[in-house]
Ligand binder design. Sequence first.
Ligand code: T5A
Length: 215
Amino acid sequence: MPFQGVYAECGLFVCLEGGEGAGKSTQARLLARRLEAEGHEVLLTREPGDTLVGARVRELLLDPATGAMADRTEALLYAADKAEHVERVVLPALERGAVVVTDRYVDSTLAYQGAGRTLDRDELAWVARWATGDLRPHLTVLLDLDPVRGMGRFEGRDRIESEGADFHLRVRQEFLRLAAADPQRYLVVDATAAPDAVGEQVWSRVAALLPERAR
Ligand code: T5A
């Protein structure tokens, strides 16, 4: 059964996506701060791990000590985190009319478990859409960066970051493909720019959506 995509009727749902070290957390914080300064209620959240269940799932998924797991197990664990996240965190905030800013969402699964692990794209999309009730962001900001450069921005590698260069290149290409397929719902930003310059681009797109959507 194909999903149609559900967009929250109140609140504003913004998602930051991109490869490792692209600056998602930095931009999510900058955006939240600016929204709050403008008087909006903001919920800053992330995947995986922003619920009690999700925190335990995150540890399983990212701890190098977990070692190898079947690709489908990995995809289902990420889907479980999403189900919990949407039902307990994202939807209640949107229903209050808040701006929800999430660091990663469904596109991460399509990029990492789909293009990265090479699981079937349609099957995986079905699982992720089912887990989230097909709730879609009003806007996804893709911070695009060469993975070699992104990895150079931090030290230490978790279970996913330890994958090879080809894996991370496929992830980048898939993010770009998803964005190109729906330009009205995406903003692609060159993440080599300085954080404040990236933040300005993000803000101008988000600000345009605010009057009609969030309180
Ligand atoms: N995953 C996740 C899946 O496989 N499937 C899924 O469905 C989901 C949801 C999560 C992992 O799980 C995978 C993807 C990931 O591998 P995580 O620990 O939550 O991992 O971390 P990431 O989301 O990968 O975040 P990172 O910590 O790698 O990076 P960010 O958030 O993109 O970058 P940020 O902001 O922390 O910045 C990193 C460093 O770069 C600097 C910052 O100061 C910081 O030092 N920086 C910049 N430097 C120069 N120029 C800029 N513009 C900069 N912006 C930030």
